[in-house]
Write a protein that binds this ligand. Structure first.
Ligand code: A3P
Length: 338
């Protein structure tokens, strides 16, 4: 296990790369750095919160959902929260998911200057102010006084989280990187914190060069895959949620020590079904639009399909993806279910 100084060692990008990145990610206000031995790409602002996150106290009754971005995080969060909370539909509808299940490092993308700009645009609307303040404050400290059980979402790889993370229950979700990349490009182009100004091909090329937030992608996945036999980590795939939601609900229930009847599980699957999810304002991130964090009519819950990447990849990119995946899967038995 690495000591904190090694685990969080910062490496600056070379000037040319930084310049290119700042041009493309027009919403990023501080630039990018690499962190840790694997050189995960995070924002400049992350430096302020890295140690607090790494040193967070982990509680055995914490429930975490950890994923690479756009891998079915929100879907899994709601599933996990419902299973852990005795299927409490009333609270799940009354309190939005980001409050029930906060995004640990959200503030790394939401700089105080952007918060201020949005607040001015919204004439200091008190609701907008409350939510923006919540999202732009690093969460690690307030989480220390949050009552148990805590529910925490993160896109950080395991090596940037507490070395004691697996004292808690962790659900890790992986998705075919081609679909995750397409989904992330759509989101990156519409979120004001990212405001990516380029086409999908450019985004894809950054992804495979480990120049997107939280990359390198395969290192992220492999860190969790290596822990898949740890009783406190449940490794699932987005593709499994798609193909057999009921089966995954059963696995999550077993993992969290809960028992439900078949009827209850069917009802939960209906609640989690794409159509219902998309129109449920407690989970569909309409909130981001309401508070002015989205440029256009971006849909956070977008297509909800596997294999949609085919519409975005030309022949060259398809061959490049095959090769990239083959090389990165060579030293592991991790495989995406198709
Ligand atoms: P697409 O953009 O491919 O549609 P995350 O929550 O990690 O950001 O992942 C978002 C992706 O999960 C989006 O993928 C979104 O549509 C999909 N998703 C969210 N809820 C879903 C659901 N209930 N059923 C199927 N897919 C869902």
């Amino acid at each position: 296990m690495a000591d904190a100084a090694t685990a969080l060692k910062i490496k600056e990008l070379d000037q040319e790369t930084q310049k290119t990145m700042r041009k493309l990610f027009t919403g990023e206000r501080g630039g990018f750095v690499r962190i840790g031995p694997k050189g995960y790409l995070v924002t400049e602002r992350y430096k302020e919160m890295a140690a607090d996150i790494y040193n967070m106290e982990i509680r055995p009754d914490d429930v975490w959902v950890v994923t690479y971005a756009r891998s079915g995080t929100t879907w899994t969060q709601e599933l996990v929260w419902m299973v852990a909370n005795d299927l409490d539909y009333k609270t799940s509808k009354a309190i939005v998911l980001p409050e029930r299940f906060p995004f640990l490092e959200h503030a790394m993308m939401l700089y105080p200057s952007l918060k201020q700009e949005i607040l001015e645009e919204k004439n200091n609307d008190p609701h907008v102010k409350k939510v923006l303040e919540l999202f732009s404050e690093p969460f690690a400290k307030p989480l220390a006084s949050t009552p148990s059980p805590r529910f925490i979402k993160s896109h950080l790889p395991i090596s940037l989280l507490s070395p004691k993370l697996l004292d808690a229950k962790v659900v890790y979700v992986a998705r075919d990187p081609r679909d995750a990349a397409v989904s992330f490009w759509h989101m990156g182009s519409s979120l004001r914190t990212i405001s990516f100004d380029g086409d999908f091909k450019t985004y894809w090329n950054l992804f495979i060069k480990d120049l997107l937030y939280w990359t390198p992608f395969f290192e992220h996945l492999k860190e969790a895959w290596e822990q898949r036999n740890n009783p406190n980590l449940l490794f699932i795939f987005y593709e499994e949620l798609q193909k057999d939601l009921k089966g995954v609900v059963h696995r999550v229930a077993d993992f969290l020590g809960k028992t439900y009847t078949e009827e209850q599980i069917i009802e939960l699957c209906d609640h989690l079904n794409f159509k219902n999810f998309k129109t449920n304002p407690a989970v569909n991130s309409d909130l981001l639009r309401d508070i002015g964090l989205v440029h256009n009519k971006h849909e956070f819950i977008r297509k909800g399909k596997t294999g949609g990447w085919r519409d975005y990849f030309d022949e060259e990119m398809t061959a490049q993806a095959d090769k990239w995946m083959e090389v990165n899967l060579r030293d592991t038995d991790l495989r995406f279910p198709h």
